[in-house]
Design a protein around this ligand. Structure first.
Ligand SMILES: Nc1ncnc2c1ncn2[C@@H]1O[C@H](COP(=O)(O)OP(=O)(O)O)[C@@H](O)[C@H]1O
Ligand SMILES: [Mg+2]
Length: 391
């Protein structure tokens, strides 16, 4: 959304610019004017959708200019920011059609609520309807963390999606380290401890930002803190996350507890990750039995076989027969590329673009986003830099 800010206050400008940038879709301060008179004298050629007027140093005699400003941009929404009680100004504001009046200093929550109302009235849909995908390891070391973190990066960079990954491990969560060298400033338990503050900008401020479109909410690094997370907190976080991200990925690990169950309740697809070996299949069966006993319908459960090598004794059909679930994707065993990536904390797509693991991630992006062939070709071209790639 394009906005014009009328203010002399450079701090206010930076504050609104940064709060605006964190919104979905972003609020863009396209132009500024120092006063209402300046704004009337120098009209914007490209009409703003929103005009924000800082009224803190408006003289009473200037109050009437608001109405003229309203007539100059009849299609724009007007927001008035005031730092003291100015009855004359408020009357003029009502005549000018101002519906949003906020107190200075700016209370960020009030600003975002006001922006939500303006966006809704302007028909700018601020809300996404994100999908929640859970990755659950059938056995320790199955590859759920590697796949979920690297798939998040692939969704963001190859398909331009906005992606959030939440590490739900109560203990030893390490998802952020698989794709970043930043130390998480905040974790899931910090977010839960301040659950009343959770909105999109707050959530964004708690993430390890791997790329512009991909953030990771790290797990608590102390098991005592992990107790902070309660099932109803997860509901709130997922509700906000769905509205502001295209995909919310959950690295569930192996533990089935109240928190992970609540998270799985709100999930669109559950991906148990396993390797094609008997111990993994046994554990996968146990996991599916738990789901059945909890009344989950298994049709939104899709198996991912990791470190798959063709020609092994066990075949994918055997797995399907044993577990009664569809295998949606297989990841190749790519020891060198994956180990390098995991050890360096750099996504495999970034580190080894032409590796088998990277290709497999790109295929999974196509599968999940169901990109049309045309676009998906572009995706492969972007990844491998050739138009003639034949897959
Ligand atoms: N497709 C793969 N090819 C080779 N090695 C892999 C692959 N997937 C995972 N690994 C290795 O297996 C290890 C365990 O993976 P991880 O994602 O941490 O498992 P989980 O989260 O299921 O416990 C990682 O350190 C990684 O090096
Ligand atoms: Mg893990």
């Amino acid at each position: 959304m394009r906005a014009l800010l009328i203010s002399r206050d450079s701090h206010l400008y930076s504050e609104i610019a940064s709060q605006g940038a964190a919104r979905v879709p972003p609020l863009h301060l396209a132009a500024t004017r120092s006063s209402m008179r300046d704004a009337l004298d120098r009209p914007e050629t490209e009409i703003p959708q929103l005009v924000i007027v800082d009224a803190s140093d408006i003289e009473p005699s200037e109050a009437g200019l608001l109405e003229r400003l309203g007539r100059q941009y009849p299609s724009a929404h007007l927001m008035l920011l005031t730092d003291h009680h100015q009855p004359e100004l408020l009357i003029n504001a009502m005549r000018a059609g101002v519906r949003e009046v906020l107190q200075l200093p700016l209370v960020h929550r009030a600003f975002h609520e006001s922006m939500d109302r303006i966006s809704a009235a302007a028909g700018v849909s601020a809300m996404r309807d994100g999908k929640v995908l859970a990755f659950i390891a059938c056995k320790g070391g199955s590859g759920a963390t590697f796949i979920s973190t690297n798939f998040g990066y692939a969704l963001a960079t190859l398909a331009g999606k906005k992606v959030l990954l939440i590490d739900l491990h109560g203990q030893f969560g390490d998802a952020a380290l698989y794709v970043s060298d930043q130390k998480p400033g905040m974790t899931l338990s910090d977010v839960c401890a301040q659950i009343a503050r959770v909105d999109a900008p707050f959530l964004a401020s708690c993430l390890v930002h791997v790329t512009e479109g991909f953030g990771v909410l790290a797990a608590a690094d102390d098991p005592a803190q992990a107790k902070e997370a309660r099932p109803e907190h997860i509901d709130t976080i997922l509700r906000v996350a769905r509205q502001h991200y295209d995909y919310v990925l959950l690295d569930v690990g192996r533990q089935i507890d109240a928190v992970s169950l609540r998270a799985l309740d709100g999930t669109d697809t559950i991906y148990p990750v396993l390797q094609l070996a008997l111990p993994d299949i046994r554990d996968a069966r146990r996991l599916l039995d738990i789901f059945r006993s909890l009344g989950y319908v298994l049709d939104h459960i899709r198996l991912i076989v990791n470190r798959y090598e063709k020609g092994g004794k066990l075949r994918l059909q055997d797995l399907h027969a044993a577990l009664g679930c569809e295998v949606v994707h297989t990841f190749p065993n790519d020891y060198v590329a994956v180990t390098d990536s995991v050890n360096q904390g750099v996504p495999v797509l970034q580190l080894s673009r032409s590796s088998a693991a990277a290709r497999s991630l790109a295929e999974m992006v196509e599968l999940v986003t169901a990109l049309p062939v045309q676009e998906s070709r572009g995706l492969f071209e972007r990844l491998f830099g050739r138009a003639d790639t034949d897959y």
